[in-house]
Design a protein around this ligand. Structure first.
Ligand SMILES: Cc1cc2nc3c(=O)[nH]c(=O)nc-3n(C[C@H](O)[C@H](O)[C@H](O)COP(=O)(O)O)c2cc1C
Length: 447
């Protein structure tokens, strides 16, 4: 019998009003999305109707840094729900779609983290995931009693230890520890509870955790970070990696590199899924999609545009730069940091651009190559990357919400299904089952 055709995984990447910086001005976005629970529940139900694997909530434990007058025109990261709280509400109105919340290893305690994600996994019957971030936004430190952010190396070293501790806490009880036998009066088997007794370079946690082992064993572990330490961390701990690349060749390199790193750490390459972000503007016709995109671009105030570019270049001051002229030569970055390198790459690939043209390239999910087109064109691009060795699936980044996700579900999902490269029914109950990932055994299982 022929093998079942390989199918892509899909996550919906959610910023409250959408990914385009001017999304909140669109007539089909919800303006007060950042405090509107009904909005999130509606979006979750839309994603489930489209048989999405996951909803992914980006987050930061701080507002965006920068010029407040410009930020007042750009709501991203300025007014957000705490992700696990709102995901609990979304879990209550859905049955299949999974939920990934972003949470920082730099500004949390592992015991809290284990309880929060363990709870979400129980509440959702095995549909929770944790996007492990180390937090790039340096101003977060000042919300947590520190004058300075951790160094890059320290952040990643702490993250590695942190995730191991959290997994250790989830393993507190064996899977069969709870008997709840009313005859004998024994609630749980006291030989099946384990104390972690962890003392490491950064963390000290005794345990045990006051919670049954999560339905998935461990909630799904997601990582996003493409520096060397970021890739190594992903290769060791992640079930899924989010990347943001504009070109298939770069994506293929990272895909291969992360899978090879995983093998070096003794893991199977099939156990780590690589998911590039895809900014999508889909309409019934190409003309309509282009019109929508052009309208959104026209709604970017130049102050927001300058702020957007400034954030790409370690917040250098661009407030006096003329947006109708190219960026002055002395302000062009050298490409040493991940962020600056995107500007260098853009100019290398596209030659001379005005400042306005530059910021328009970063206006949706920091993506210089959004897919703007009809359902066939969107499906073509996804299929090309999926079958071209660049992706196991995608995180779809709709320009505006809820309208953009509704359009994707109505227009693109049926086309992917028709091509046999996306599911028509969920395969299992938990997120791991739907993603074809194994349920991790407890560290105490063999003893
Ligand atoms: C698709 C995607 C989504 C991300 N979402 C978040 C997020 O919600 N919060 C956050 O602090 N960082 C987020 N990041 C940033 C990464 O976690 C990481 O800090 C960044 O890529 C820099 O890491 P690096 O130095 O290892 O490259 C995201 C990155 C990508 C590619």
């Amino acid at each position: 019998m022929a093998d079942k055709k390989r199918q892509m995984k899909l996550a919906a990447h959610i910023h409250p009003t959408g990914h385009h910086v001017a999304a909140w001005r669109h007539p089909r976005s919800r303006k007060d999305a950042g405090r509107n629970a009904r909005h999130y529940m509606d979006v979750a139900q839309t994603a489930e109707r489209g048989k999405f694997d996951l909803m992914f909530l980006a987050d930061s434990p701080a507002t965006r840094n920068g010029n407040l007058k410009s930020l007042a025109r750009w709501p991203q990261y300025m007014a957000y729900f705490e992700p696990l709280t709102i995901l609990s509400a979304m879990a209550a109105v859905t049955e299949h779609v999974g939920f990934v919340a972003t949470a920082s290893t730099s500004y949390m305690e592992p015991y809290n983290m284990a309880r929060l994600f363990g709870s979400l996994d129980h509440i959702s019957n095995g549909r929770a995931g944790w996007n492990v971030v180390t937090t790039g936004n340096a101003s977060a430190s000042m919300n947590y009693g520190r004058e300075e952010h951790y160094s890059h190396a320290e952040r990643y070293a702490r993250a590695k230890e942190f995730v191991e501790v959290v997994k250790g806490l989830w393993d507190t009880y064996d899977d069969d520890a709870f008997i709840r036998d009313t005859e004998t009066g024994i609630y749980f088997d006291h030989t099946k509870i384990h104390h972690l007794h962890h003392k490491g370079d950064y963390l000290s946690v005794r345990g045990p955790l006051n919670m049954e082992r999560p339905p998935q064993g461990y909630p799904l572990i997601v990582q996003a970070g493409t520096s060397g330490p970021g890739r190594d961390l992903a290769a060791q701990i992640a079930d899924m990696v989010f990347i943001q690349e504009q070109h298939l060749d770069r994506c293929q390199q990272i895909y291969k590199d992360i899978k090879e790193r995983a093998q070096k750490f003794g893991r199977s390459p099939d156990e780590i899924l690589i998911m590039p972000g895809m900014a999508v503007q889909v309409s019934r016709t190409e003309e309509e999609a282009k019109r929508e995109q052009a309208w959104l671009q026209s709604q970017i105030h130049p102050d927001v545009g300058r702020e957007l570019l400034s954030a790409e270049m370690n917040y250098i001051d661009l407030s006096d730069v003329d947006v109708e002229k190219p960026l002055p030569a002395h302000l062009i970055p050298t490409g040493e940091s991940t962020a600056g390198s995107r500007i260098v790459d853009l100019l290398k690939r596209e030659g001379s651009l005005t400042v306005r043209q530059m910021y328009e390239r970063f206006s949706g999910a920091r993506s210089s190559h959004p897919i703007v087109g009809d359902p066939i064109q969107v499906a073509d691009r996804l299929q090309e990357w999926f079958e071209g060795g660049g992706a196991d699936g995608f995180i779809i980044q709709p320009s505006f919400l809820p309208g953009g996700l509704e359009d994707f579900v109505e227009l693109v999902i049926p086309e992917l299904q028709r091509r046999g490269i996306f599911r028509t029914e969920y395969e299992g109950t938990t997120s791991r089952e739907n993603l074809g990932l194994p349920r991790p055994k407890s560290r105490y299982a063999s003893s």
